[in-house]
Design a protein around this ligand. Structure first.
Ligand code: GLY
Length: 404
């Protein structure tokens, strides 16, 4: 009799674990619904507050004042992107009207050729709009933006140049953030039939993989290349703590970028690389329990250093996607659990703003550039964008989980 019971014990614990995990996930889905509702209230208030300033977009909230930008700022596409994701979550005419309005404000950036951020600006706004509504005129804007971005690619070097400033020090600077712009080129290749866009994206991802990463799969912020030989000549940071440190948002752009490149190309080397980056982040001894990273993994005064909500949000979104792509079951579960913790933390009062506060931005506590003393511990539109994207992604996963 006793032996019979002992046989059933392990089975019972497995069943209990599975049922606890299911309850945990249901509970998170409830939190996500509430957070998306809150995000909608805040974002509609934001949209209304700038309704008549038709050239402006929200940028941050500092010293009790809303900071705006025109479309030239690298972040101009994020607020329209937030509106599109909120519309996807809850398709109301009001959200659509504002999503279209704020997207239109960014259109002239399709001609941007003096920096690499055209991908962020146009794909987060027009790209999401096209994904949801298939508005024909948006297609032309994204294709034009992709042509503009491609002018920054030089064949012998094999990379898209990020910035044109600081010419006395850099010849051909490329920052890890640039991986994010490749998604637009992959879209352009598929939607125009011009394979050159894909070739540029793949070449950029390949050379970045070779030059930007250290043996532990952490990455440098910036690599500068010799314009004649195409060789890397400097490896530095601009927004991180030091040249050899791991700037948190840089690691986030890296894991998001390579996960996306695997999704878009099916090329296993990008998946392998994303998995390595994921392990670096997930197993890092200085990634806090609540999984929102300090602004730099090597900041000198951890735990008395600022967190960066934007890095946490970008990571959460990437981890959710990677959890669905990797065939390493243990890693997949670790990615998903970490993303869940990140979403829970960002949805807590410490990070998620109350309506009528925070200048109507969704999240508090992001860090733009601490060394540059710019946008330190403030709300930022890209934190909001990737947080909302992560929640929408998780909900899509949630319907699969419910069915399972
Ligand atoms: N792309 C600029 C940043 O991540 O701050």
């Amino acid at each position: 009799m006793k032996t019979k019971h002992l046989i059933f014990l392990p089975l019972l614990s497995i069943l209990l674990l599975v049922s606890c995990r299911k309850t945990e996930k249901q509970d998170l889905l409830g939190i996500i619904d509430k957070s998306l509702e809150r995000a909608t209230v805040l974002s509609l208030d934001m949209a209304k507050s700038l309704e008549n300033d038709t050239l402006l977009l929200p940028r941050s909230f500092e010293n009790g004042k809303l900071v705006t930008s025109d479309s030239r700022w690298w972040c101009s596409g994020f607020f329209p992107g937030v509106l599109w994701y909120l519309y996807e979550n809850q398709p109301t005419e009001e959200l659509k009207k504002y999503a279209v309005d704020y997207t239109d404000r960014v259109e002239r950036e399709k001609f941007t050729t003096d920096n690499h951020d055209v991908g962020f600006m146009v794909y987060c706004s027009f790209g999401n709009g096209f994904r949801l509504l298939e508005t024909e005129s948006y297609k032309e804007v994204i294709l034009q933006a992709s042509k503009s971005l491609s002018t920054r690619y030089k064949d012998p070097i094999g990379l898209i140049r990020s910035w044109d400033w600081n010419k006395e020090t850099w010849q051909y600077p490329v920052i890890i953030d640039n991986m994010m712009n490749l998604e637009m080129l992959m879209w352009a290749a598929k939607n125009s039939g011009d394979k050159r866009f894909e070739e540029i994206a793949r070449n950029h991802a390949d050379k970045t993989m070779k030059e930007h990463f250290r043996p532990d799969y952490s990455c440098f912020h910036l690599v500068d290349y010799d314009t004649i030989t195409g060789n890397a000549r400097l490896k530095q940071t601009v927004q991180g703590y030091s040249d050899s440190s791991s700037w948190a948002r840089g690691q986030a752009w890296a894991i998001y970028g390579y996960t996306m490149m695997y999704r878009e190309t099916g090329d296993k080397k990008y998946l392998d690389h994303a998995e390595h980056i994921a392990r670096f982040i997930l197993n890092h001894p200085r990634l806090p329990e609540d999984k929102i990273p300090y602004w730099d993994f090597d900041a000198p005064n951890i735990p008395d250093e600022l967190r960066d909500a934007s890095a946490g949000a970008v990571m959460a979104s990437a981890f959710i996607e990677l959890s669905t792509l990797t065939s390493d079951k243990k890693l997949s579960e670790q990615c998903l659990r970490t993303a869940e913790t990140q979403i829970r933390t960002l949805s807590s009062p410490e990070y998620l703003a109350e309506p009528g506060t925070n200048g109507n931005f969704i999240l508090k506590h992001s860090v733009g550039s601490l060394p540059g003393k710019q946008e330190v511990d403030v709300p930022l539109t890209y934190a909001d964008y990737y947080y909302v994207e992560a929640m929408v992604r998780y909900k899509k996963l949630g319907s699969i989980l419910k069915a399972g």
